[in-house]
Design a protein around this ligand. Structure first.
Ligand SMILES: Nc1ncnc2c1ncn2[C@@H]1O[C@H](COP(=O)(O)OP(=O)(O)O)[C@@H](O)[C@H]1O
Ligand SMILES: [Mg+2]
Length: 378
């Protein structure tokens, strides 16, 4: 998949951005705070995902401005598609999403259209952050393969909110404990599906991470992912995802309900899962060096790209925000070898820190505008 055209205006500090990207490398260059990451972000939101740097939608529009629009054309080898998001401040319907000329109800419609993967410095949090970060990574990556997964995650989240609210009501004597049962049934249903999907994705990514980490570490280190389900043992997943599995999940929830009522929160289920990431047998989160954590995060993202590419027979578009300059030559080569047939948008304050073979379009950004477009080939 490639982006063939981008047009962005009024997104944060960006104005009047319009360009036809290189099929291969697009190098966005400029000093700090000029809008390099904003440019990636403005394209990224067209994937239907939330901002990769956690920006709120209300902050997308330029401060003091009234409107923002981000539009791209993409081509997947078969056909061209047009995606746009426009937002207007204080309008009755502030956000307009249009896919191939047809207005869409929500960003969900975009989820399956523009596939991209972003590498950002904050990715190291996947390794060293709270368990939620790893769960989110796996859930997002698995949803990219199978968008119906998002439906189950959202349903489970809604059921958990209800259950946790009820736990507090019961604790205060405003409701009887029997009301939990119907929610526990639903939680067990969604939770079991989520557990099986996580298990499957983790098994796949584990194989690839193992291979890639061996290469990036020069053959000297092993990386391994282990799914620690709060309900199921690894061998439980050998059994198909069916009634027996739901019952097991449901029973565990019931067993925990008394304690849950006393504490006002749910202690069992996919919201308590951990994905253990080990390097040479030790938890990378607890014992990894900075270099190991950086490499492991990079490998997780590269593995995600590889899985996606294999599944869809099409490559995702790759965004690299301020990560290449940070890597030594060997690691840069390793990354570019894996993403060599993908379209890349990368930002850097200093293009001379990049490998000489990274040639393509150079977009210079200053004050939210493209001030110069040149090509390495010229
Ligand atoms: N809603 C907004 N309106 C106007 N400017 C914004 C908005 N949000 C962020 N900015 C500005 O964008 C700039 C940061 O852009 P960014 O893309 O992060 O820079 P960099 O080139 O370092 O990646 C800052 O100057 C910031 O003030
Ligand atoms: Mg930046």
């Amino acid at each position: 998949m490639i982006v063939t055209y981008a047009d962005i205006d009024g997104f944060k500090n960006l104005s009047g951005i319009s360009f036809a990207p290189d099929l291969k490398y697009n190098i966005i260059v400029g000093p700090n705070a000029q809008g390099k990451t904003n440019l990636l972000e403005a394209m990224w939101i067209l994937s239907g995902c939330r901002s990769f740097r956690g920006s709120k939608e209300k902050d997308y529009i330029t401060i003091g401005g009234n409107r923002m629009s981000s539009k791209i054309k993409i081509h997947d080898g078969a056909r061209e598609q047009k995606i746009s998001i426009e937002m207007t401040r204080n309008a009755s319907s502030p956000k307009q999403i249009v896919l191939n000329g047809v207005k869409q109800k929500g960003t969900r419609a975009l989820f399956d259209v523009f596939k991209c993967i972003a590498f950002i410095p904050d990715d190291t949090e996947i390794i060293k952050g709270a368990p939620e970060r790893r769960r989110n990574f796996i859930d997002m990556a698995a949803s990219q393969l199978n968008p119906v997964f998002v439906v189950h995650i959202n349903k489970h989240g809604a059921v958990m909110n209800q259950r946790n609210a009820l736990l507090k009501e019961i604790m205060q004597g405003n409701a009887g404990a029997d009301v939990l049962e119907v929610w526990d049934r639903q939680a067990a249903h969604e939770g079991t599906l989520i557990s099986y999907m996580r298990n499957e994705y983790i098994a796949r990514i584990n194989d690839i991470c193992g291979r890639l980490y061996r290469i990036i570490s020069g053959g000297s280190e092993e990386m391994e992912l282990e799914y620690r389900s709060s309900v199921f043992h690894p061998h439980d997943f050998e059994r198909p995802c069916g009634d027996e599995a739901y019952e097991q999940y449901y029973r565990k929830l019931r067993e925990s309900s008394e304690y849950d009522i006393r504490t006002g929160t749910t202690h069992i289920g996919v919201n308590r899962d951990e994905i253990l990431i080990k390097i040479n047998g030790l938890s990378a989160r607890d014992f990894g060096s900075q270099g190991q954590i950086k490499s492991a995060a990079l490998v997780m993202k590269l593995a995600q790209a590889e899985i996606y590419k294999t599944k869809s027979k099409d490559s995702p578009v790759v965004f690299l925000d301020d990560v290449m300059g940070e890597l030594d030559e060997g690691r840069q080569r390793f990354v570019f070898d894996i993403i060599k047939d993908m379209q890349v948008f990368l930002t850097t304050p200093n293009e001379s820190a990049l490998l000489p073979e990274i040639k393509g379009k150079i977009l210079r950004i200053s004050g939210g505008r493209i001030t110069d477009v040149s090509s390495h080939w010229e």
